[in-house]
Design a protein around this ligand. Structure first.
Ligand SMILES: [Zn+2]
Length: 207
């Protein structure tokens, strides 16, 4: 699988459709290597034969499927993700991230999201932040469905983030301008109706 470089400390293995597998972020932090998600399908991790610290964006199988096949030193997950993956994990240490934490040039932080419970992001060098699938709504009956409260909190988290660029799973090239994303998500937020806790949009932030 192709490894694509984003900066001196960041590269990634591209997402695939068959099997459905998310992008795998590879992050250098001092002498340590971190993976952001592990994808699904052996071929996507053929080049990953070292020992890694692993951060999982959320529990969905296209992001976590290969967990048992990676040599994992430390696993960084939300409580919700841990519930789904703990049986498949061979990590020597599991760290539940609740409020966010910094390790060298990276910081791991929770992202309120309509997509899944327990989303985590990773910011690198204060410039790039992996966000997994957190920006996506849930697709329901042909609409993108967002929870009003989560979307509000998500926009606040993104605004407060130092990073200028977001690295988005399943998004070609991964790199997206944070300001453009905030603008798009805010437009969706403006569509809320005070009688409903959900917003049904016929577009998501990419369009
Ligand atoms: Zn997902």
């Amino acid at each position: 699988m192709r490894e694509i470089k984003i900066s001196d400390n960041i590269s990634y293995i591209e997402a695939t459709e068959e099997p459905l597998s998310a992008d795998i972020g590879i992050i250098r932090s001092g002498n340590e290597l971190f993976l952001y998600d592990v994808g699904r399908g052996e071929s996507n991790i053929a080049s990953l034969n070292g020992e890694y610290n692993v951060v999982l964006s959320h529990f969905h199988p296209d992001h976590t499927g290969n967990l048992g096949s990676i040599k994992c030193k430390g696993l960084y997950v939300s409580k919700e993700t841990y519930k789904h993956v703990s049986e498949r994990c061979n990590a020597s240490e599991s760290i539940i991230v609740e409020d966010g934490m910094g390790i060298g040039n990276i910081s791991i932080f929770p992202i309120p999201s309509s997509h899944a419970k327990g989303c985590l992001g990773v910011m690198v060098d204060d410039r790039y932040a992996f966000v997994g699938d957190a920006l996506y709504g849930r697709v329901r009956a042909g609409y993108y469905t967002y929870n009003v409260q989560f979307l509000k909190e998500e926009i606040e988290v993104l605004k407060a983030l130092k990073a200028e660029y977001l690295l988005v799973s399943h998004y070609k090239g991964m790199v997206a301008d944070k300001s453009r994303i905030i603008e798009r998500l805010s437009r969706i937020y403006e569509m809320r109706d005070k009688n409903s806790s959900e917003i049904r949009a016929d577009f998501d932030w990419i369009d």
